[in-house]
Design a protein around this ligand. Structure first.
Ligand code: SF4
Length: 146
């Protein structure tokens, strides 16, 4: 059983209103039980929405507004949804969207909105890792792109 970022699965939930459909992820998951989630939508943020980045302990949007609580609430709600569906021991891992302030794993943007990457995890990824869930990103499933 795998948790997956809904945008990687083709749902139009990303900040721009589009998605991040990823064929390599879809191929890997085709014979597996999956649960697509979007922690930002679960936190009642709209689609589309202003782009957000983590800045220290906070999450801000590019208008300078503090959206930290919505990100944490969304992550908590997704985890509740997951546990309503599955037993934690059955979760094999999560495949989440790289560099997102919610879903990024290992590398995120630095909060300056200048495209600067730093080591770090998104808010949802942090929660999953704290529960012992292995988190991958679509970059682990890249296939040759045209
Ligand atoms: S919060 Fe995660 S699932 Fe939702 S749009 Fe951003 S990267 Fe995709």
């Amino acid at each position: 059983m795998y948790i997956v970022s809904a945008c990687l699965f083709g749902e139009n939930v990303k900040y721009s209103g589009g998605n991040n459909y990823h064929q390599g992820v879809i191929d890997f998951l085709k014979d597996k039980d999956i649960l697509p989630v979007c922690p930002e939508v679960a936190g009642n943020l709209p689609v589309p929405r202003y782009p957000c980045e983590r800045l220290g302990d906070k999450v801000i949007n590019n208008q300078g507004e503090d959206v930290t609580e919505a990100f944490h609430e969304g992550a908590r709600r997704c985890w509740e949804t997951i546990l309503n569906e599955w037993s934690q021991k059955d979760i094999e891992g999560a495949i989440l969207k790289a560099r997102s302030p919610s879903c990024g794993a290992g590398v995120i943007y630095d909060g300056t909105f200048q495209g600067v990457k730093i080591p770090g995890d998104g808010v949802f990824t942090e929660l999953l890792k704290s529960k012992g869930i292995k988190v991958m990103t679509e970059l682990d499933f890249d296939i040759d792109e045209v």
